[in-house]
Design a protein around this ligand. Structure first.
Ligand SMILES: Cc1cc2nc3c(=O)[nH]c(=O)nc-3n(C[C@H](O)[C@H](O)[C@H](O)COP(=O)(O)OP(=O)(O)OC[C@H]3O[C@@H](n4cnc5c(N)ncnc54)[C@H](O)[C@@H]3O)c2cc1C
Length: 361
C-alpha cells in the first residue's frame, strides 16, 4: 500500500492545477484519473474562452477567481507556450432596449475588477466585427481564447516536473476513514492519503459520498455547438456575444473564434439526467441558425456544420439561476477538500482555484 500526503481525484484542469500548486508548495501529491488520458471530460469540451469576469455576481468566488485566474492563465500560457490569444470580446445590443443591459454588464464587470471595459457605437462594432449586427456594444479587451487540449497537457507536464504523479486509468472505487488518513481503493491498488481533493467534475457528488463527505448534487447540463463552415470563418474576428439570457444558465449562444481559426456557435443549454450522454437528441443545425443570425445576419443554412458538445457540472438545478463554486473543506470529514460545481468560468479560473485549494491544505 502506498502512503501519500495528498490525493487529488480527477485529472481535469481543476485537479491538475490543484495538484501542480500542491506539488509546488512541497507536498507529495498524486492525481487519480479514471480515463486513459487527463482532461477527457469537460476540460476539453468547452469554448476555450478566457473570461474577463463580466458575468458573475460581485463578491462571488466565480468573480474573484475568474479575474485572478485569467491574469495567471495568460502568464502561464506565455511562459509555457500554450496557444492562446487575448483577442477581446464584444457583447452586442440589438436595439435600444438592450443598451441598459450593456451598462449593467459593464458596471458588474468593473465591480469584479475586469479592466478596460468600454461601450462602443455601431461604427465601433463595424470596425471590430464588420459582419456583426448591433447598435452598440460592450468591449472586454482582456477576454481571450486558449487551446484546452494544450492547456491540459501542459498542466500535466508541469505537475510531473514539480514532482507530482498523474495516474491515468485509475478510478477511485471506494474509501474508508482510518486513524492514519483516508484509505482509497482503486482497481489496482490501495493508497493511504492524508487529505483528498475532490476535483471529480460531473461526478464530484458521487465522490463526496464515496469519501463519507457532505451531500450535494450535480445537475448535468449539456451545451452543444455548431461551427461555421471553413469558407465562412472569416466572418468572425474574435468573440461575439449577445446579452446573457435571463435564465442565468449559459451566456447565450455566441460566436467564438478558436485558437485554431474555427468559429464555434453555442453552447446551448440542455438540462439532462445523464452525465455521459453527449450525443442523443442533439439540436438540429436549424436550431443554431436563428440565434447565430441575430449576431451575424448574413448567415445561411448551408454555412453551419454540427460541432461537439460538453456537459456542465452545475450545482444549481434548472430552476435556480446561479450557484457559486464549492471550494472548501468538507464539513463532515475534514480530510476532504472539495473543488466542485466548477462550471464556467472553470477553465479560466483553474490556476486560481489550484492556489486556493493548495492554501486550504
Ligand atoms: C459547454 C461548455 C462550455 C464551457 N466554456 C467555458 C469557457 O469558455 N471558459 C471557461 O472558463 N470555462 C468554460 N466551461 C467550464 C469548464 O470547461 C469547466 O469549468 C472545467 O473544465 C472543469 O474542470 P474540472 O477539472 O472540474 O472537470 P473535468 O474536466 O470534468 O475533470 C474531472 C475529472 O474527474 C475524473 N473523475 C470523475 N470521477 C472519478 C473517479 N471516481 N476516479 C477518478 N477520476 C474521476 C473525470 O474522468 C474527469 O476527467 C465550459 C463548460 C462547458 C460544459
Amino acid at each position: 500500500m502506498e502512503t501519500i500526503d495528498v490525493v487529488v481525484v480527477g485529472g481535469g484542469v481543476i485537479g491538475l492545477a490543484s495538484a501542480a500548486a500542491i506539488a509546488a508548495a512541497g507536498r507529495e501529491v498524486c492525481v487519480l484519473e479514471r480515463h486513459p488520458r487527463p482532461g477527457m471530460d469537460t476540460s476539453t469540451r468547452n469554448s476555450g474562452v478566457i473570461h474577463g469576469g463580466l458575468h458573475y455576481p460581485a463578491g462571488s468566488l466565480k468573480a474573484r477567481l475568474c479575474v485572478e485566474g485569467a491574469r495567471d492563465l495568460y502568464a502561464f500560457c506565455e511562459r509555457h507556450r500554450v496557444p492562446h490569444a487575448r483577442c477581446g470580446k464584444l457583447v452586442v445590443a440589438r436595439d435600444d432596449s438592450d443598451v441598459a443591459g450593456l451598462e449593467t454588464l459593464k458596471a458588474r464587470g468593473e465591480a469584479n475588477g475586469a479592466e478596460g471595459l468600454a461601450i462602443i457605437d455601431a461604427a465601433g462594432i463595424r470596425r471590430r466585427e464588420p459582419h456583426a449586427a448591433g447598435i452598440a456594444g460592450l468591449v472586454s479587451p482582456n477576454t481571450g481564447v486558449v487551446e484546452p487540449e494544450a492547456l491540459v497537457h501542459t498542466l500535466a507536464r508541469v505537475l510531473e516536473e514539480s514532482g507530482g504523479y498523474l495516474l491515468p486509468g485509475t478510478r477511485l472505487e471506494g474509501a474508508d476513514l482510518t486513524a492514519g488518513g483516508m484509505l482509497l481503493r482503486t482497481e489496482r491498488e490501495s493508497i493511504l492519503a492524508g487529505v483528498v481533493v475532490n476535483a471529480a467534475g460531473l461526478f464530484a457528488d458521487h465522490v463526496a459520498a464515496m469519501l463519507g463527505g457532505e451531500s450535494f448534487s450535480i445537475h448535468p447540463c449539456r451545451g452543444e455547438y455548431a461551427e461555421l463552415a471553413p469558407s465562412r470563418a472569416h466572418l468572425v474576428n474574435a468573440l461575439v456575444y449577445p446579452l446573457p439570457n435571463a435564465s442565468g444558465h449559459g451566456l447565450g449562444v455566441h460566436l467564438t473564434r478558436t485558437t485554431r481559426g474555427t468559429v464555434l456557435i453555442g453552447p446551448t443549454v440542455h438540462h439532462q439526467d445523464s452525465r455521459h450522454d453527449y450525443e442523443s437528441a442533439r439540436l438540429a443545425l436549424g436550431g443554431f441558425l436563428e440565434p447565430a443570425r441575430r449576431l451575424l445576419p448574413q448567415l445561411a443554412p448551408g454555412d453551419l456544420r454540427l460541432g461537439g458538445s460538453g456537459i456542465r457540472a452545475n450545482l444549481n438545478p434548472p430552476e435556480v439561476s446561479f450557484a457559486d463554486f464549492l471550494i472548501r473543506r468538507d464539513r463532515l470529514n475534514p480530510r476532504i477538500i472539495h473543488a466542485a460545481g466548477i462550471n464556467s468560468p472553470g477553465l479560466t479560473s483553474c490556476l486560481a482555484v489550484g492556489k486556493l485549494v493548495s492554501s486550504l491544505l
